[in-house]
Design a protein around this ligand. Sequence first.
Ligand SMILES: [Zn+2]
Length: 447
Amino acid sequence: MPKKHNILLIICDALRPDFLGCYTKAEANTPTIDNLAENSVLFQNAIAPGCGTPLSVPELLTSTYPSIHGDYFLTSPENKLSGLLQANGWDTAAISTNAYLSPIFGYNRGYNHFQYLSKRNEIYLLYYFYRRLIELKDALSKKGFSKLLEFLITLLPLPQVRPPYASAAEVTKKAITWLNKLSEPFFLWLHYMDPHGPYVPPLSSLLHTKRKRGEKRWKWIYRAEIQFLDANLGKLIQYLRSRDFWSNTSLILTADHGEEFGEHGFSGHPHELYDTLIHVPLMIYSPFVKEAGMTIEQPVSLLDIFPTVCDLVGIEKPSHLQGKSLSPFLIEKPKKRDEGVISEAFKKEYEGSMNVGKHECTISDLGKVSYRTKRWKYIYSLNGRDELYNIKNDPMEQNNLIEEEKAIARKFRKRLREHISKQRTIKRKTLKRKLRKRISETREKIF
Ligand SMILES: [Zn+2]
């Protein structure tokens, strides 16, 4: 039943679902998120539209694919979820600590209150040398020297070094201050950065997180970051419950992308479309949802969040949205949907901060496009070798079946080619509209 109420959107940057207890039973270090999942509708196969912050967050907030949005900038409030809610009487607020999601790139537009919690970035230099040292260690074959380096590396990180973003404790503290001031109904977006590199958890979290036998050091430290995030999400939820927001707030918790730890020969989140990067957690808690605790296996996209919120609060969906509402899973009977979801990655040369704001990417800049169903993942490469994986049997996507399963590959390739052609048409129309708008604005200035 749609109702005007509060919406809390929590995006945890670079949080992989298989590190959470609610997705992987062996992981038991996330009691807050696991408890939230038990009271929410949990999506087992939620897929990000792209493999990095600028290919996922602006897309989530506007419900458009990277090939349509294609930019680090998010300036026009009318296409954003926050802008729509603001125009309909919501008090809109956001706390971000990711530099790409700051007023520099127009993210404050469409919000009554926007706080970018910045940190000085000297740490990047240290982090840079730290990573080079790790690479050097890997490159060295001499055992004795390698061992000595490994020991030195263990002394380098952690508690004394500050990350370039505000911690979960700071984001939660600020959020609680704001929750005291916001008028209802509100829309509050909180962007937590802790699981994102550089991994520098507080010492207490590291001590609280047991390293598994044979576990890579990076994974262990990453899990400690998640433990710290989880504890601070716990404080936020405890506050929401204590102030009765819980009965009038829908909470959506997700991540913009995952993180690689060498499963495909690289680390971080480069322009690739493996599940380590695009499979994300997604849970929706709402006091207006009938069956809390339900698990949905149907693949869904982060583009679906915008139309879902529209349905939850009873606002008409704008025509530009490319996602499909998840409300059938929440409040009605599920209807038939497309069996899979699509993600996009740009060419390698657009990776990293060097290209920030220099170029608006479009269809011709796409490097890879993928189609993910419950069972299959097809990666269509625009200038390389295609890949097909059986996700059920091979969740880490190690065994490429492109030669063995030709009929399936053909079917998915056709689906992705149709998607690319559709995006090209939409993009052309969008560019024409933008151009018309610019011409009319120029005319107004001249005459
Ligand atoms: Zn990110």
